[in-house]
Design a protein around this ligand. Structure first.
Ligand SMILES: [Zn+2]
Length: 58
């Protein structure tokens, strides 16, 4: 998971917000991704913005 793996603070993507994103859970769906030689499964995270209170999926 990007935020846990890299210990990086994400910023809200909504225009004019600049709030900090905090992860609330793993996203409920996983994705199959085709790499050069094989497939792998990728899981995302759900984030909440502490300023505008909107929901963002990584
Ligand atoms: Zn925001």
């Amino acid at each position: 998971m990007p935020r846990h793996l890299f210990q990086y603070q994400f910023v809200c993507i909504h225009e004019g917000c600049q709030g900090a994103l905090t992860n609330i859970r793993f996203h409920q769906k996983t994705r199959m991704v085709l790499d050069v030689s094989d497939y792998y499964v990728m899981a995302g995270e759900d984030y909440n913005c502490n300023k505008c209170k909107r929901h963002v999926i990584s």
